[in-house]
Write a protein that binds this ligand. Structure first.
Ligand code: GLY
Length: 410
């Protein structure tokens, strides 16, 4: 009996301790452990843009990468099959957001309004990646309310790829890879859901919301291993929705843990929870985030695939680190317990500090914000380069950090 009372007393004490970590205001990040010179990192970005932007004058193209050992952006056409067109205007919108310098807004408008007709793309899922950083941020940051209809049309184009038999949006077309016969969904597709949530909230069809939720639920069920790491590509039977196979396109091996794939998952489920407030998505976002954090090396920037990371000669992927840093800043304001808020916030700041350091910064070396990303080593290209989407998620993270610090007077 005495043991029972002692046991119950201990249990009550433990529960009380756990609840005492719960804060009243979940957006409060008190006493950060890691300091960062945020203003310097923002200034570095602006200085890099001062150098790069005058060289980027061809409106039919966008900067995509800086090759290893080169210093200037390689530009590629704003083509409807090229998924990266929206990130450069997105970088400029965030530059305007963090500096208030109207020059970046004017430049962003110019670079956004060149591919309005992409709103009708139905050939692949990347329309979200292409339209949201350009037109979505133009609406949100630039006050360009006239972009609304373009975004709503883009959402309808994306939604047209949803297959109710499978419960996901079809990412790519079969002719993009010889092994693809049926319905392909890749983990990256999670990011495109933001366009659907936005559209449902801004006068679009309510079915956009339902499609986004169903896609997230199906992906949560099928796309992750028991240890909460992600496969890259799933092929589903288009008629009965059965999983035909799980494999990779950009990872090291079919069953390996491609770092940016995991990063898309972390970002995607954090965003889905932010939009739905459904706790099952928060729980899942935390589990896959914790799996990612457990795999990180000391400098917080993963190798391009976690399954090659033990080899120090394998290249890094700074883009994965930038994507996760940005996601973690959001996650730190969404989780309930102060211990988790601090854990995610501090991890994000550590990542950003590492990315802004001599080891990863482009300052003095090339025209990008960041170096050392890897786009597709398994396909033999974009290995240890600068990538425009690494810069995009990096400046998004700096913008989010600035808002958190301003709101919480940190
Ligand atoms: N979404 C394409 C990539 O991550 O490379």
């Amino acid at each position: 009996m005495r043991f029972k009372i002692l046991f119950l007393t201990c249990l009550a004490f433990l529960v009380a301790c756990k609840n005492s970590n719960k804060t009243e205001d979940v957006s409060t990040i008190s006493k950060p452990e890691i300091e960062i010179d945020l203003q310097k990192q923002i200034n570095d970005c602006e200085n890099q843009l001062e150098i790069a932007v005058p060289k980027l004058t061809d409106l039919t193209k966008h900067p995509r990468l800086i090759e290893t050992d080169a210093t200037e952006w390689k530009q590629v056409g704003n083509h409807k099959l090229i998924w990266t067109s929206g990130f450069y205007p997105g970088v400029l919108w965030y530059a305007y957001d963090v500096t208030g310098n109207k020059r970046w807004k004017d430049e962003a408008i110019k670079r956004t309004e060149v591919f309005e007709d992409f709103k009708n793309i139905t050939e692949h899922h990347d329309i979200g990646f292409m339209m949201f950083p350009a037109y979505g941020l133009g609406y949100k940051i630039g006050g360009k309310k006239e972009y609304k209809d373009i975004l709503l049309t883009s959402a309808a184009s994306l939604a047209s790829r949803f297959n109710p038999n499978v419960g996901t949006i079809k990412s790519w077309s079969n002719k993009m890879h010889p092994r693809w016969q049926q319905h392909i969904t890749i983990i990256d597709n999670m990011l495109n859901l933001e366009l659907l949530f936005w559209a449902a909230k801004h006068g679009g069809d309510k079915k956009f919301y339902d499609i986004a939720v169903k896609h997230a639920e199906t992906t949560m069920k099928n796309h992750f291993r028991d240890d909460y790491t992600s496969w890259h590509v799933l092929e589903y039977d288009s008629i009965n929705g059965n999983i035909l196979n799980r494999h990779t396109k950009q990872g090291y091996a079919d069953d390996s843990r491609w770092s940016r794939g995991q990063a898309w998952g972390v970002y995607g489920y954090t965003m889905v929870y932010k939009e739905t407030k459904d706790k099952k998505f928060l729980d899942f976002a935390q589990k896959i985030t914790d799996a990612y954090l457990d795999l990180l090396p000391e400098d917080m920037v993963p190798a391009w695939d976690f399954d090659v990371q033990s080899d120090p000669n394998e290249e890094k992927d700074a883009s994965a680190a930038a994507i996760v840093a940005s996601a973690l800043l959001d996650l730190s304001t969404l989780v309930e317990y102060e211990t988790d808020q601090k854990r995610y916030y501090n991890a994000a700041v550590k990542m950003l500090k590492s990315l802004g350091s001599e080891n990863y910064s482009g300052v003095g070396k090339a025209d990008s914000f960041l170096l050392h990303s890897t786009g597709a080593k398994s396909l033999g290209h974009e290995i240890d380069v600068a990538l425009i989407y690494a810069d995009y998620y990096y400046i998004e993270a700096l913008s989010r950090l600035k808002k958190i610090k301003t709101n919480n007077k940190l």
